[in-house]
Design a protein around this ligand. Structure first.
Ligand code: HEM
Length: 279
């Protein structure tokens, strides 16, 4: 009886294993690719009733997924612009048939609401959406030809609805339809803004229910003397109000594809070296 292995047998086994791995990997990844959710998407949960969505720690928020949004210095040309402390915020968004609710939550050990002393500044958060949905405005608070609405809450208790066409151009709407509620608990701020979907005045953003809307965040830490242009901002994200795309973010899928590719390349290289050595 022959006991030596057939020439070529190990390489066939290896190739079969590699093929099986690729097949299993693609079977797992293909549905995700079809159903992928882009990295800058913020999901919007539809609810028939608002329930306690206006409450920053209301039970209704338990049903709403939160997007983790990285923040960094706005890069404005003001003193200390890059001296900012808040690096991440959680962003959750829900809507009913007539109202949009957004909750921003971020770590800040101290609740700073006093501005009585000359060098005292309040914690604050703002949400920015374009006035028009046709093209994305500059992140730095829009431009004169492509303005933005800014919903601005400060820990002094003020909430303002602003119109901006670039830094230095911010004006307050005479009548604000934005409501905000805030809670500071366990070293975090939780702030809920809400507004009717329909715009009630010129230059106020209409929130559609059939297409996506760009959105950006800004956060100020008062105890670090952050104010105006000295703040942490996000990049442009978008509220997924348009047709559902579902699925995990593209980034997760790309990393998975890269993982399968690395394993594949490694196995093929090992096999190549073995063949060259004549093993
Ligand atoms: C990322 C680029 C940005 C730059 C370079 C920038 C720059 C500035 C500057 C220079 C000011 C002071 C002048 C003024 O009041 O207009 C300012 C104020 C302000 N910015 Fe921005 N900004 C940026 C992004 C944002 C974003 C994304 C938001 C909102 C989500 C925002 C909200 C505000 C608000 C509410 C004020 C007024 C704050 C106050 O009254 O103290 N900014 N910004």
């Amino acid at each position: 009886m022959r006991t030596d292995a057939l020439p070529g047998a190990p390489s066939e086994r290896t190739l079969a294993a590699v093929l099986a791995l690729v097949l299993v990997g693609s079977a797992a990844l293909a549905p995700m690719l079809v159903d992928a959710r882009p990295a800058y998407e913020v999901p919007v949960t539809y609810q028939t009733e608002a329930g306690d969505l206006q409450e920053p720690t209301g039970d209704a928020w338990g049903e709403v997924p939160a997007a983790s949004i990285p923040l960094s210095s706005a890069g404005a040309g003001v003193p200390q612009a890059s001296n900012v402390t808040v690096e991440q915020a959680k962003f959750s968004v829900a809507r009913t048939d007539d109202r949009l609710y957004v909750r921003v939550s971020w770590r800040d050990a101290t609740a700073d609401g006093d501005t009585d002393a000359v060098r005292e500044f309040a914690d604050a958060v703002a949400v920015q959406v374009p006035v028009n949905h046709s093209s994305r405005p500059p992140l730095a608070m829009g431009s004169s030809s492509n303005p933005v609405n800014v919903w601005y809450w400060t820990a002094t208790g003020d909430t303002e609805e602003l119109l901006a066409g670039g830094p230095g151009s911010t004006t307050e709407f005479e009548q604000s339809s934005v409501r905000a509620n805030a809670t500071h608990a366990d070293g975090r701020w939780h702030v809920v803004f809400s507004r009717p979907l329909a715009a009630d005045q010129t230059n106020a953003t209409t929130i559609p229910t059939d297409r996506d809307v760009d959105v950006a965040l800004a956060v100020w830490n008062g105890s670090n003397m952050e104010r105006s242009g000295q703040k942490s901002t996000s990049e442009w994200y978008y509220l997924a109000l348009g047709p559902d795309t579902g699925g995990p973010p593209y980034e997760a899928i790309l990393w998975s594809v890269a993982g399968v590719a690395i394993v594949f390349t490694t196995l093929v290289t090992v096999e190549g070296v073995r063949r060259t050595r004549g093993d």
